[in-house]
Structures are given as C-alpha cells and as structure tokens.
Write a protein that binds this ligand. Structure first.
Ligand SMILES: NC(=O)c1ccc[n+]([C@@H]2O[C@H](COP(=O)([O-])OP(=O)(O)OC[C@H]3O[C@@H](n4cnc5c(N)ncnc54)[C@H](OP(=O)(O)O)[C@@H]3O)[C@@H](O)[C@H]2O)c1
Length: 181
C-alpha cells in the first residue's frame, strides 16, 4: 500500500481488510477458522499507522487493542468500554472518529477489519478491498459479503507460498471499486 499522505481536502479512502476462504467463510465460533502466521504479518503491514474500525465481536476475538493503530470499536451498548480503545455508538460516529484520526496521522485510508456485520454495512462506502484469499473451504458461521464483479475490479493478485506456520496456501488480492478515479 502506498504511503501517500492525506490533506484536509483529500478524501480518505475506506478500505476493507479481511481474510476470506474460497467458500466465503471468515469466522467460526467467534474466532478465525485457520492459523496463517504469514497473513498476520500482511494484516499488520496493511493497517499499521491507520485507524482500524471493527465490531465489538471482532474486538473480543482479538482480545486486546492492536498496537500502533487507533482502535475504534462499534457497539450499541452505551456502557461498553475497554482500555486502549475508542467506542463508537454507530457507523457514522465510528467513521467520523476514524477520519479525524487519519487526518491527524497523515494516513490516506481507514482500515475496516470486520466482522461480517460491519463489512456488510460499510462495503457500499468502501474504495478498496484488501483480501487474503485463503485456499480452503472450512466450515464457518460468518461470511464475507458477495464481491459483485459489476462493482469491483480485481487490480492485483499475488499467490503466496504456504509457510511452516500456515494452515493453508493463500493469495493477496486487491479489488478497487469500478468507476473510482
Ligand atoms: N477472517 C477475517 O479476516 C475476520 C475479520 C474480522 C472478524 N472475523 C470473524 O468474524 C466473526 C465476528 O463477526 P460478526 O459479524 O459476528 O461480529 P462483528 O461485526 O465483529 O461485531 C458485531 C457487533 O458490532 C456491533 N454493531 C454492529 N453494527 C452496529 C451498528 N450499526 N451500530 C452499533 N453497533 C453495531 C454490535 O455490538 P453490540 O452487540 O455490542 O451492540 C454487534 O453485536 C468472528 O468469528 C471473527 O473471528 C474474521
């Protein structure tokens, strides 16, 4: 991802960052259905220095604030709080806080990191999808929304070798919204 800086007049892109199996599965029983250490490193490189926005259940599955990123957690529970995170009561408030943080950090994008509930609601506003395509079809209970080829154009695909700490092979795939400047 480019290190382009944002200015007050420049739009800050909303980018969905997710690992998706070939059957659309992203989660099972509140956690990931695989262990792919190489992808955790990629996730880090795609999100460091940017605000990260997530649903409360995804935050629980991670279990701690992600370092070097402003963690914005969306919850309808007005009493929800945890050290090291900002809690937003709805999507609009989360995006407003993320945009302010991105401007302060000179970041060019906001990373939306799940889960399904959040992806579904924010996908219509996203500029890019940064996807780790996991070459497996595991059982699961949470899915990534369908990527409509009429709306999204694949602009990059990089197959990755399966490392010693990776359950499956995978590819880094980027989609851009069609018609985007
Ligand atoms: N493969 C991947 O890359 C990846 C990435 C992320 C997550 N996951 C997996 O996905 C699963 C979790 O996803 P999920 O869809 O079940 O949950 P989620 O999207 O992480 O969180 C859902 C929660 O977010 C809050 N929320 C959602 N929409 C809201 C709105 N409009 N306004 C206010 N609050 C809102 C609610 O919290 P309250 O109940 O507190 O109101 C809701 O219960 C886990 O298995 C996780 O491991 C996988």
């Amino acid at each position: 991802m480019s290190g382009t800086c944002a200015s007050a007049s420049q739009p800050i892109d909303i980018v969905l960052v997710v690992a998706v199996a070939e059957n659309g599965v992203i989660g099972r029983n509140g956690t990931l259905p695989w262990r792919i250490k190489s992808d955790l490193q990629y996730f880090r490189s795609m999100t460091i220095g940017r605000p990260v926005v997530m649903g409360r259940k995804t935050y629980l599955s991670i279990g701690r604030p992600l370092p070097l990123r402003t963690n914005i957690v969306i919850s309808r529970d007005p009493a929800y709080a945890a050290p090291g995170i900002l809690v937003a009561a709805d999507l609009a408030k989360a995006l407003e806080a993320a945009r302010g943080d991105a401007l302060r950090r000179n970041a060019d994008s906001i990373a939306i990191i799940g889960g399904t509930e959040i992806f579904k609601q924010i996908m219509p506003q996203a500029a890019r999808l940064v996807i780790t395509e996991v070459h497996a079809r595991p059982e699961g209970d949470t899915y990534f929304p369908e990527i409509d080829p009429g709306l999204w154009r694949e602009i990059e695909r990089r197959p990755q070798p399966k490392g010693p700490d990776d359950d499956y092979g995978f590819s880094f795939v980027t989609y851009e919204r069609r018609g985007a400047a």
